[in-house]
Every structure is written in structure tokens, then in C-alpha cells.
Design a protein around this ligand. Structure first.
Ligand code: SF4
Length: 228
């Protein structure tokens, strides 16, 4: 097992989306993705000509995370990307270090990768959640199999009113019980103005289906900037 990961950035901020919104967190953003969403807000993790990630040894990663968490109350790690589960065997090894023993871990994933034995065994007895964000036809990707993991919530990107039928079809075909698995709906957009234009329809849709609205708080707080 190579003790390294392709890392785009590591930083401390506040979780701006989904079930842990508002939680002070360290973000471990991995490079590489197996999809190509037309509205991707982190193209520097995968897009030719824009990529900005490096292979980093575990020592480097552990030192960096320790320096961000030491003396602070931050106990939540968001593992994101890119598609972080492309490197899940290495992640299971890294996150088994003592530094993470008392931390909550949230994976943000497109759900395309099955969980490997190393990850299945890592998550047993740990405070791990998966935020699965299936990328539907309005992302520009071909359909793919979305895997549903233990302790998951679903988060969909609301691009336009057309997203509603795509989400409805996904829920129906996947057999997800939305009374047990929380569903979050998030506006697509990298500016407050672009997101705000979708709120009226999005909120109506959430109300109709009993889904949870999530903004992208980081855009309100920091604008469309990296490491936030
Ligand atoms: S899955 Fe995520 S990182 Fe990959 S292209 Fe889509 S939005 Fe970007």
C-alpha cells in the first residue's frame, strides 16, 4: 500500500452544505474525479489544464491536519474532492491514525464507487457519514450506478425546474426510503444571485416532497473562492 494520497487542498472552514451545515471542519480535498459535471465548482481537482493537486505522503497530511486542529475545537473532517472514494483504500489507512480517533468524518461523494473491504471495515464503529450527491442528466454525465452506503444522506443539485423530475425518477428507481434517508436539495450556482433565482421553485419542491433545503453557505460567507 502506498502511503500517499493525491491532495488538492487542506483547510479549515465551516461546512456550508448539507446535514452538517455550520459545523467548523477541516476539509481534506482530494484530487481526481471520474465524472465531468458541466457546472463543477472544483474543476481544479480534475479538469485538464486546470488541475492543481499533488501526491502527498501521509506524514505531510497528518502534520497539516494536526496543525489545523491542534488547540481548536474542530472535531469534524470533511473528506471531499474530486471523488474521494477513488482513493478509499489509502483513506481508510490514513483515517485510522490516532489523530482521527475522536473525530467525526463526513465523506462527500458522487456515489459511483462501491465500498472496498478496507473502507467497510474502517467505518465499523466510527462516527462516519456519507453525503452522496448523485449526478443526474442535468450534470452532463452519462447515467451511472449510484451506490448507497451505510449512514448516508442524499444531496441533489437543483439546476432548474427540470431537476425535479430527474430527482423524482432517481428516488423512485433507487427504492430509497426518504423517511429514513434524509434528502437535501441544493441550488446550483457560484454566486448569491445565481442561487437566489432558484430558491422560489426549489423551496416549493422541498415542501411538496418533504426534502430539506440546503444553501451553499460558503458562497454567502466567502464568495466563489478556493479553500472555503
Ligand atoms: S462529481 Fe463533483 S468533483 Fe466530480 S465533476 Fe462532478 S461536481 Fe466536480
Amino acid at each position: 500500500m502506498s502511503e500517499q494520497l493525491f491532495i488538492s487542498e487542506i483547510f479549515k472552514s465551516v461546512q456550508g452544505e448539507g446535514s452538517k451545515i455550520g459545523t467548523p471542519s477541516v476539509f481534506l480535498r482530494l484530487g481526481i474525479c471520474n465524472l465531468q459535471c458541466v457546472w463543477c465548482d472544483t474543476p481544479y481537482t480534475w479538469k485538464k489544464g486546470l488541475t492543481d493537486y499533488k501526491a502527498r505522503g501521509f506524514d505531510w497530511v497528518l502534520r497539516k491536519i494536526a496543525s489545523l486542529t491542534r488547540g481548536s475545537g474542530v472535531g469534524n473532517i470533511v473528506v471531499t474532492g474530486g471523488e474521494p472514494l477513488l482513493q478509499q483504500a489509502q483513506l481508510a489507512e490514513l483515517l485510522s491514525f490516532k489523530l482521527f480517533d475522536d473525530m467525526e468524518i463526513e465523506f462527500e461523494t458522487n456515489g459511483s464507487m462501491p465500498l472496498l473491504p478496507a473502507m467497510k471495515s474502517f467505518i465499523k464503529g466510527r462516527r462516519v457519514t456519507f453525503t452522496i450527491s448523485p449526478k443526474l442528466a442535468d450534470s452532463g454525465n452519462k447515467p451511472y450506478k449510484v451506490h448507497l452506503y451505510p449512514n448516508s444522506v442524499l444531496k441533489f443539485v437543483y439546476v432548474s425546474k427540470k431537476s425535479e423530475k430527474l430527482i423524482d425518477d432517481f428516488i423512485k428507481n433507487s427504492g430509497v426510503d426518504t423517511l429514513r434517508t434524509k434528502v437535501y436539495i441544493m441550488p446550483e450556482g457560484t454566486s448569491v444571485e445565481a442561487m437566489s433565482q432558484k430558491y422560489k421553485d426549489l423551496l416549493k419542491y422541498c415542501e411538496k416532497r418533504g426534502y430539506h433545503f440546503t444553501p451553499r453557505l460558503q458562497i454567502y460567507l466567502f464568495g466563489n473562492t478556493r479553500a472555503t
